[in-house]
Write a protein that binds this ligand. Structure first.
Ligand code: ARG
Length: 252
């Protein structure tokens, strides 16, 4: 937690550093460099050499509309916004909730989906925020799940894991009382574990956006235009349906 706060604060201070590639420079090069984590199913998943998931397919679709080839980069979640600051890629799509704190360090696109943070536990375990009193909770480090679980009064301990899948494994192994993570990820976990865990209450709602380097207004504008086009043309709905059987766009 401390480390995450510090790195975000440092990022904000650095926010006027080197020059990010403008839309013109990207268009001229013909290739856009996109970063994700690759360990956050069903949003971004690296399986062997293949990168898949809702966000990967969506970003590929947006790049196609922009007339660009894609070069993917994978990074641990906690490093993604720092690498953006260092101009190692053009944008990040990795299920970042649009928070005021992050928005000090990077610029967010319009949301590419809406979701929430949910509690999952073994049957008989905690289901609501009130149930988390005195309990141990697993979350991925650097996430809004961590921030929001810390706001719940009386939680005994929050255990952080570099990867969300490790936080899930801690729940399955009985090393924590609950996991807090994305509600769609939670649904998949419940399904995959066939009743060994159950979904509880939604702790908070969030809007998820893509991040560009602070001040990269030309790229931000192109990404928002491509997203709007995908939302209206049906290509977004198709990709969303494939992964969620529903349309996960923000409704308001
Ligand atoms: N939505 C959460 C957040 O904004 C979790 C994102 C985790 N993403 C990932 N690729 N592991 O912090």
């Amino acid at each position: 937690m401390k480390k995450t706060l510090l790195s975000l604060a440092a990022l904000t201070l650095l926010a006027s550093g080197a020059q990010a590639r403008t839309w013109d420079a990207i268009r001229q090069s013909g290739t856009i460099k996109i970063a994700t984590e690759g360990a956050f199913p069903p949003f971004n998943v690296l399986k062997g050499k293949e990168l898949t998931g809702f966000e990967v397919e969506l970003a590929n679709e947006l790049a196609k509309q922009m007339g660009l080839k894609v070069q993917w980069v994978t990074q641990p979640f906690d490093n993604l916004l720092i690498g953006l600051q260092q101009d190692r890629y053009d944008f990040v799509i990795a299920s970042h909730g649009i928070t005021p704190q992050r928005a000090k360090a990077v610029d967010f696109t319009n949301p590419h989906y809406c979701t929430g943070g949910a509690i999952v536990a073994k049957p008989g375990g905690p289901k609501t925020a009130a149930d988390l009193v005195g309990k141990t909770v697993a979350v991925q480090v650097g996430t809004t799940y961590l921030d929001n679980v810390r706001k719940v009064q009386g939680v005994k301990e929050v255990k952080t894991f570099p990867k969300d899948t490790d936080a899930q494994a801690a729940l399955m192994a009985g090393r924590v009382d609950a996991w807090v993570g994305d509600k769609f990820t939670g649904l998949d976990l419940v399904k995959a574990q066939k009743g060994k865990v159950v979904a509880g209450e939604l702790l908070f709602n969030e809007r998820i956006g893509m991040a560009v380097k602070k001040g990269n207004a030309s790229l931000l504008k192109e990404l928002n235009a491509a997203l709007a086009k995908s939302l209206s043309s049906g290509s977004y709905a198709k990709i969303s349906g494939k992964y969620f059987n529903t349309d996960v766009r923000c409704k308001n």
